[in-house]
Design a protein around this ligand. Structure first.
Ligand code: SF4
Length: 268
C-alpha cells in the first residue's frame, strides 16, 4: 500500500500563512530586503548554517538550560553547563556547518568562553527565580486590522524582558536601541497581552566575541506609545507588501553577508 503524501503548499498558500502570523524575524527580514524574505520564507531555500549562527545558537541553548534550572530551583554547576554546552554543540540539527580545517575547535572554545563570561558577569545569581523562560506567546491583533504576532521570550526576570544576543563588536547603546526596536516592541506587545501588565523595562544582553569576551547590557525603557504606533505601521507595510507580492531586492551593505547573493544576481 502506498503512503499518502500531502502536496507541498503552493506559493499562494505560503504567502497566505505569512500574512496571518508575523514574528520579529519575519518582519525584520521583510524590512531589510523583500527579495531575501522571499528566498527564505516563500521559496524556502536552505543554506548551510554559518559558524557565527552555530556559536550563537549553542550559547543561547546553554543559557536557556541555565535559566530553566533556576526556574525549577535546581541550579546548574559550571560542570553541568559545560556538559550541556558539549551536547548542544554536537547537535547541529538538519543544517550542519561546513567548517574550514581547525575552525570548529576555535569557535567551540570561543562559545564556551562567552557562556563563562555571562555566568560571571550577569549579576543574575543561580538561586534567583525568573518569571518566564523561553515562553512562546502570541497576540491576535485583528481588531487593529493586523496579523497575529508570535514570538518567544528568552527570559523575564523582575518584570524585565531580557533578550540574548551574540555579536562580534561592542554595541553602541543608542544605535542598538534603534536597530532592535522592531523586536523589542514586539516582545513588549506580547508580554503586555500575556500578563496584562506593562514591562518594567527591556534589557539586551550582548555577549561580545572579543579576545577577552565581555557582556554588555543595554537597558531600555518600557515600550512607548510612539514605538507601538511605529510597529503597527511597519506591520501594515508588511501585510500590504505581501498582498502586492512586492519582493524586490534592496541592494546595500547588507548584501556582503547575504546567503542568497548568487540567486539575487539572477533576479530580473
Ligand atoms: S544580495 Fe542584497 S539585495 Fe539581494 S537578496 Fe541579498 S540582501 Fe537582498
Amino acid at each position: 500500500m502506498s503512503a499518502i503524501v500531502s502536496p507541498a503548499p503552493t506559493g499562494v498558500e505560503i504567502i497566505g500563512e505569512l500574512q496571518k502570523k508575523v514574528s520579529a524575524s519575519r518582519l525584520n527580514l521583510f524590512l531589510q530586503c523583500r527579495l531575501k524574505f522571499f528566498f527564505r520564507y516563500v521559496a524556502g531555500l536552505k543554506k548551510p548554517k554559518t559558524a557565527a549562527l552555530h556559536v550563537g545558537g549553542t550559547v543561547h541553548s546553554v543559557l536557556k538550560s541555565w535559566n530553566k534550572a533556576r526556574w525549577k530551583n535546581q541550579p546548574l554547576t559550571l560542570k553541568d553547563l559545560h556538559d550541556e554546552y558539549s551536547k548542544a554543540w554536537a547537535d547541529a540539527g538538519d543544517e550542519p556547518v561546513q567548517w574550514e580545517p581547525g575552525e570548529e575547535d576555535t569557535e567551540k572554545g570561543t562559545g564556551w568562553r562567552l557562556v563563562e563570561t555571562y555566568i560571571r558577569e550577569s549579576n543574575i545569581t543561580a538561586n534567583s527565580k525568573p518569571e518566564a523562560v523561553e515562553v512562546p506567546v502570541e497576540t491576535d491583533l485583528h481588531h487593529h486590522g493586523l496579523p497575529t504576532l508570535i514570538g518567544v521570550l528568552d527570559l523575564v526576570q523582575a518584570g524585565k524582558i531580557i533578550d540574548y544576543k551574540t555579536s562580534g563588536q561592542t554595541p553602541n547603546a543608542e544605535k542598538v536601541a534603534h536597530t532592535t526596536e522592531v523586536q523589542t516592541s514586539i516582545y513588549a506587545v506580547l508580554y503586555r497581552d500575556a500578563t496584562g501588565k506593562r514591562e518594567n523595562g527591556i534589557e539586551l544582553h550582548h555577549l561580545v566575541k572579543l579576545k577577552n569576551p565581555k557582556l554588555v547590557i543595554t537597558a531600555l525603557e518600557p515600550m512607548s506609545e510612539q514605538q507601538q504606533t511605529r510597529l503597527f505601521h511597519l506591520m501594515e507595510a508588511y501585510v500590504d507588501g505581501l498582498e502586492r507580492r512586492d519582493f524586490i531586492p534592496s541592494p546595500g551593505l547588507q548584501c556582503m553577508s547575504c546567503e542568497f547573493f548568487n540567486e539575487c544576481r539572477l533576479w530580473s
